[in-house]
Write a protein that binds this ligand. Structure first.
Ligand SMILES: O=c1ccn([C@@H]2O[C@H](COP(=O)(O)OP(=O)(O)O)[C@@H](O)[C@H]2O)c(=O)[nH]1
Ligand SMILES: O=C(O)[C@@H](COP(=O)(O)O)O[C@H]1O[C@H](CO)[C@@H](O)[C@H](O)[C@H]1O
Length: 209
């Protein structure tokens, strides 16, 4: 089975290069695609300078839509989805996420931050189903409707589908890994506004299933 990594990225110029570099050194990753979701910063330029395939979307369509654009061109049987704003990503995190699918026939893994930063660890301890770090069989993604309009509801759609279908899902702990929170990226006011919007998208996705 081959593995493709998809990295949706909206204004992530500070971190996308490092995420891509770690993936480039992972033997089991066959393909890396960054989907630049209408960024206004140098996300695309930086990802390209790190030598990976970049899909440039002219307009921002949201995380779920960006991932679906990547899925249209992807070659792998297993899709690893990682956020572009991860801090502390290591090869072992990547292997820990994909090995259960490669060797234990698990359908999906969910990566949970632990022993990283208290704020981001806690968020994932209480809501692991929101985590954006996933490895999943491509066939599973192909079976879910409306992912392209899910925006931040992508993970909920995936988790609910897996639940309904009784798929084999494994949570994997990712030590010393964290991400940049919205309030840190955008400032307190804009970050909180973006967070509220995200929660609405999550609730919408939850209700649609
Ligand atoms: O419209 C969007 C919003 C987010 N993202 C990407 O989706 C991932 C998760 O988003 P974010 O970091 O905002 O989520 P948070 O972890 O803050 O909830 C990141 O790689 C973003 O760049 C995207 O591609 N399009
Ligand atoms: O963990 C969470 O509560 C949210 C918000 O994270 P932050 O408060 O910005 O660290 O982040 C996740 O949720 C989104 C929706 O499921 C995902 O798209 C993100 O990738 C994920 O980090």
């Amino acid at each position: 089975m081959t593995v493709s990594a998809l990295i949706p990225a909206f204004n992530e110029e500070k971190t996308v290069g490092n995420v891509v570099d770690v993936l480039k050194h992972c033997e089991r990753i066959d393909e890396i695609i960054v989907i630049n979701d209408g960024s206004s910063d140098n996300t695309s330029k930086i990802a390209k300078s790190h030598g990976v395939h970049v899909i440039d979307l002219e307009q921002n369509i949201g995380k779920g839509g960006a991932i679906c654009r990547g899925l249209q061109v992807v070659n792998g049987d297993i899709i690893l989805i990682l956020d572009a704003d991860l801090i502390g990503l290591k090869k072992n995190h990547v292997n820990d996420m994909i090995n259960p699918i490669l060797f234990e026939n698990v359908d999906m893994t969910i990566g949970i931050f632990t022993k990283g930063r208290t704020a981001t660890d806690l968020a994932q301890k209480f809501a692991p189903f929101l985590s954006g770090q996933r490895a999943v069989k491509k066939a599973v993604l192909d079976s879910i409707d409306n992912l392209e309009i899910s925006r931040y509801g992508f993970e909920i759609a995936l988790t609910k589908y897996a639940d309904k279908q009784g798929l084999d899902v494994k949570e994997v702990y990712l030590e010393n890994l964290t991400h940049i929170m919205k309030e840190e990226k955008m400032g307190l006011y804009k970050g909180m506004k973006a967070r509220v919007k995200m929660y609405f998208e999550i609730i919408k996705s939850f209700n649609n299933l």
